[in-house]
Design a protein around this ligand. Sequence first.
Ligand SMILES: *Cc1c(COP(=O)(O)O)cnc(C)c1O
Length: 481
Amino acid sequence: MASDTIAGDMLAPILEVDTPGFDTRALQELDSAHYLHPFTDHGALRERGARVMVRGDGIYLWDSEGHKVIDGMSGLWCVNVGYGRASMTAAVARQMDLLPFYNSFFNTTNVPAVMLAAQLVELAPPGFKHVFFTGSGSEANDTIIRMVWRYWQIMGQPQRQAIISRRNAYHGSTVAGASLGGMAGMHAQGALPIPGIHHIDQPSFAEHGRGMSEAEFGLRAAGWLEEKILELGPEKVAAFIGEPVQGAGGVIIPPPTYWPEIQRICDKYGVLLVSDEVICGFGRLGTWFGCQLMGARPDLIAFAKGVTSGYVPLGGVLVGARVAHALVEKGGDFNHGFTYSGHPVACAAALENLRIMIDEGLVERVVLETGPHLKAAFGTLAAHPLVGHAESMGMTAGLNLVRRKGASMHDCEAFPSGLGVGMVCRAHMFDNGVIMRAVGDRMIVAPPLVMTTGQIDEMVERIRYCLDLTLKDVQQRGWMG
Ligand SMILES: *Cc1c(COP(=O)(O)O)cnc(C)c1O
């Protein structure tokens, strides 16, 4: 068959970019012929062709045409220790030689899974003594829904089934993850959310805080949870789930009053509190888990991404005392699990990743050095004519592109939706050596935790240059107010 011949001829040159005859264009054609990408408009991708990433080292990536870029997004919020870590390769190879796979069903276990569970419990907030492993963040949140429902069944309150989440939250892309998430575009493409999942609005000061202090707004936004609990009937509400800082939703940093008030409301009605730490866990905010910074004491923690720095897929759930007691001491068999729960190679990768983070003091560096440096450097971008406001927390930051600046973030004039100024800006970043993500007209970064202060400056200067290019474009198109 013709397509087999093309693939056969091409395979050798494709594997190594240094091989003479490596053909990016042909690879892009194969890509668009066969590979369905996540969250992608394939018509648009076919026209441009996918960028082929071939190598990474530290905070840098190289594509097949030799362009070097700063990875401002840590892959996808995950490569916390940076690319090219030889000790990660060695740890994974060693485990593959010893025991590439065995399951944890049927009263068996494996060494890396046990060691990792113990290590995670040591790093977790007080009260967490148990871990359930999954293959991803979505599976972690699926597991959480099943655990929450099973918990209330064991506790003799099976009518507690409602789970409250937030608009514009991201909790994954399986049926459960997309339902928990508050992404309208995902819900619209199927019969989502599934029954029992309810959403309140997000604690975005920029969006909803006009006329209030940040502290007042935090209490107000948490109050939406209490209103929803009372509307549904407290005896029917099982859990509330939130990301400490909303990542994919656009780095939405809640006011400091928000999470303590959420905690108070959950306590008042006996509702389980779930912290989705898939992004905020493992140092992103300068703590091992984001809830520690936010003043929340969750019952369940979802993790993934940074636990292995993305080198091998792994996710899981840290189970707090209340739920663990019910599941372990009272519940008997919990009919749930995955083939790859506690995968030995993934757990070996996680153990080595955590060793690197601890030995290099990466979490402390975010607090003492890189986080404050990013805040100061990124903050200077707020003076740019195109930027309405810019904020950061730990090693993540976001800025809003606006049509007209105002005295406060609530007085800025946004671009009419549909112009796609964020995508224009993202394309300039991409072409000028820095990867930044666009969420509407909000531009966000979450660089590897190993990024040095000098590299932060380099990244911010490139961003500034690309903002200038974007401003020029926007002016030429007559889009400025
Ligand atoms: C990425 C993400 C998920 C989903 O993780 P996957 O590994 O992609 O399934 C869940 N929650 C949050 C907060 C995330 O950022």
